[in-house]
Ligand binder design. Structure first.
Ligand code: TXA
Ligand code: MG
Length: 375
């Protein structure tokens, strides 16, 4: 049975909030699972030092057990209890971005069970800034393994109701702390190689990391590309290789000039509707009005990428709820956060990307457009 309790992050001093956090702590210390809000997405927590708790996390999510979990801490000094070596770069990044949406990969201490780290010799560590997350981690003993609290393959949860949709009956407690602030998962930077490498783009951008570290590489397997996943892309973060964030319908990203993109999407969506398929259009606030009667899912203002990041997973889930079969999405390349946004959108679409040629609108009457790219 899953208990659902509401905790207002701004009022952790109330008796109700204290009771909820104490219950979460008891469950975690006894090997149980608790879903809780963080500033990025909701996490599915278990005691990181308890191998059985980690096994339960994999089972609850239906996640392959070679995909390691992030260990969450709530005290700077606790880093030393999970990481065997703490290079200078790690200290600098912790000073700048912790608590916050940054995960660091470091050599692990032997006490940390293999079940938690997917058998790797390294550990992913994060110190979240969300007050409920911090309270839960502290109450649960200080070391909480937590992947995103979605069923494996589905979009990450940005609301407690998303956790309930995916995990009801599979976790002991869900703490509802309201909508998350960021909406995409933490940036992951690997500090176990000669040079730091970004394994997953997030709210802490490459430019922000470079300001602290000087040079930073990006795992080539996560760079933008087209076409289906294949064996040549073996990302170092094992989780980045799985189909992810994916809505149940077929999602196509449409690139190009705004007017051409809207014309192309209108044409394809109407064709799909005529063929009896349910369609969805993911569009920015600035361009939404170009789609007439088509069902538009608003990602947010193009000029405010934070909004797009915050809304993305919720609207992908909404597409599922509305049983959309063909999803056409604009792309979002504005601002530094676009790397994180487009990484999730590309994965959600299975890298199915169409580039609308300029002049599409003028030629559409005469030519059948070849939309085979990215299939
Ligand atoms: O924002 C976040 O990071 C959220 C919240 C709950 O904190 N958590 C999250 O966890 O996104 P998860 O499990 O969904 O994603 C963790 C990613 C996976 O791609 C995993 O493969 C990678 O981190 N990872 C974990 N440990 C690793 C390690 N030792 N080396 C390389 N990648 C690792
Ligand atoms: Mg995840």
């Amino acid at each position: 049975m899953t208990t659902l309790l509401t905790v207002n992050p701004e009022h952790l001093e109330t008796a109700d909030a204290k009771r909820a956090i104490a219950l979460a702590g008891d469950i975690l210390k006894n090997g149980g699972l608790v879903a809780f809000p963080t500033e990025t997405v909701y996490g599915l927590g278990g005691n990181a030092f308890d191998p059985h708790a980690s096994e339960k996390i994999y089972a609850a999510k239906g996640r392959p057990s070679d995909n390691p979990l992030i260990v969450h801490i709530a005290e700077m000094d606790d880093l030393e209890r999970v990481a065997a070596e703490i290079p200078e770069e790690a200290r600098l990044l912790a000073e700048s971005f912790w608590p916050g949406p940054l995960t660091m990969i470091l050599k692990k201490r032997p006490e940390l069970p293999d079940e938690t780290t997917g058998g790797l010799s390294t550990v992913a560590v994060r110190f979240p800034s969300h007050p409920v997350a911090q309270a839960v981690i502290a109450a649960g003993g200080g070391f909480i393994a937590a992947p995103s609290a979605n069923a494996s393959g589905r979009p990450s949860p940005t609301l407690a109701s998303h956790c309930a949709e995916d995990l009801d009956g599979r976790v002991d407690l869900i703490l509802d702390g309201g909508p998350v602030g960021i909406g995409v998962e933490s940036s992951i930077v690997d500090l176990t190689e000669e040079r730091p490498v970004i394994l997953r783009p997030g709210y802490i951008t490459g430019a922000m990391l470079k300001r602290i570290l000087g040079d930073v590489d990006t795992d080539p397997a996560i760079l933008p590309r087209e076409g289906p996943e294949d064996a040549s892309f073996r990302p170092k973060a094992p989780g980045m290789k799985y189909r992810h964030y994916a809505p149940r319908g077929t999602m196509t990203l449409v690139e190009g000039d705004d007017d051409e993109v809207a014309a192309y999407i209108c044409d394809r969506a109407k064709e799909a509707q005529e063929a009896g398929r349910r369609v969805a259009v993911i569009a920015s606030a600035e361009t939404a009005s170009r789609y007439g009667e088509l069902p538009v899912y608003l990602a947010g203002r193009r000029q405010v990428p934070d909004e797009v990041a915050r809304n993305l997973f919720r609207i992908l889930r909404q597409c599922d709820e509305d049983r959309a079969e063909e999803i056409y999405a604009e792309t979002f390349h504005e601002g530094e956060l676009s790397a994180a946004i487009m990484n999730r959108m590309e994965k959600a679409s299975g890298h199915r990307i169409v580039r609308v040629p300029s002049g599409y609108r003028d030629n559409r009457k005469e030519h059948e457009y070849d939309n085979s790219i990215g299939e």
